[in-house]
Design a protein around this ligand. Structure first.
Ligand SMILES: N[C@@H](CCC(=O)N[C@@H](CS)C(=O)NCC(=O)O)C(=O)O
Length: 292
């Protein structure tokens, strides 16, 4: 019962992030394939998924292709009622649908001027009045959702829902351009940037480097405002472990953390772990087991 999901580059593709979160944060099994969003192969990569033209796009276990994040979310909600992709309370669900639809069709100034990038904080940005108006609208919507429906947890409607999926890249845009926000908005941005799934997405995205960097080439960047990753760096073996914590295959690539060497079965798995060791449960389980 595994879906196939086709996405663009993790560091920059905001719609792809939504497509992925709507599986991972509801425990719906998915295999992910990266298509060539910037390498020029996108049309060719998507050809077997006609009429798909953009990412994300998914294929259901029974072979139905669905594109566009909103259609994907609704399809998953319909097929997995037990996963509660929408809030269960009807009034909360109606507002979540409204906010999600408004995101999907709106905030054009913010989306145009502040592209999602998960590298750092763009330092030379002065928001236009149109961007400030989008931010004010987002702050109003988030505050209302939190005040009226958010008492059961830190997400917009308390527990995680599709509304949070759709606003995750908005939180990343506000963070990545250092926009001034109130405390309620900042708390929600922090919740999104600390989400374990978001951290894994970003850590894996950072394994790919870009020259030129899409959207923000040459602009000064400050440090990413998410949680500070535990310090780790590439190293030489041998390692404490002989098999990769992710695949179980023999280790070939290594990192150092807290004075110990750990091995992985390929450079990408090593590098995604270097980028944010604590984002990877299988790695941390291995580290914890060896120190106990
Ligand atoms: N409405 C679509 C938007 C998807 C979209 O614009 N995806 C971008 C990547 S973030 C894309 O495929 N861009 C390639 C292009 O425009 O050629 C959705 O909700 O999924």
């Amino acid at each position: 019962m595994t879906y196939d999901l086709y996405i663009g580059d993790r560091t920059f593709s905001s719609w792809s992030l939504r497509g992925w979160l709507m599986f991972v944060n509801f425990d719906i099994p998915v295999n992910t394939t990266l298509v060539g969003l910037y390498s020029g192969t996108m049309a060719q990569d998507l050809a077997p998924l006609a009429p798909a033209r953009l990412v994300p796009v998914m294929r259901t276990p029974d072979g139905v292709v669905v594109g566009d994040s909103l259609a994907m979310g609704e399809t998953l909600a319909e097929r997995h009622p037990e996963a509660d992709l929408w809030p269960t309370d009807p009034a909360a669900r109606a507002m979540a649908r409204w906010m999600t639809s408004e995101m999907h069709s709106g905030f054009n100034a913010l989306r145009g001027d502040c592209p999602m990038q998960l590298l750092g904080v763009v330092q030379d940005f002065t928001p236009s009045d149109a961007v400030l108006a989008d931010v004010a609208r987002i702050e109003d919507l988030w505050a209302r959702a939190r005040a009226e429906h958010g008492t059961d947890g830190p997400w917009l409607f308390g527990t995680y829902s599709l509304a949070d999926v759709f606003y995750a890249p908005i939180a990343a845009r506000l963070a990545g351009f250092g926009l001034d926000v109130n405390d309620t908005t900042q708390a929600y941005i922090d919740t999104q940037l600390n989400d374990p799934a978001f951290r894994r997405w970003r850590a894996l995205g950072l394994t790919i480097t870009y020259d030129p960097v899409p959207y923000i080439e040459g602009r000064p960047l400050g440090p990413w405002p998410g949680p500070t990753p535990r310090a780790a760096h590439p190293a030489q073996g041998p390692s404490v472990n002989h098999t990769c914590p992710y695949s179980g295959d023999p280790v070939t690539d290594y990192l150092a953390m807290d004075g110990k060497i750990w091995g992985f079965c390929n450079p990408t798995c090593r590098d995604k772990t270097v980028n944010d060791p604590e984002a990877w449960p299988a790695f941390m389980k291995m580290v914890t087991a060896s120190t106990n």
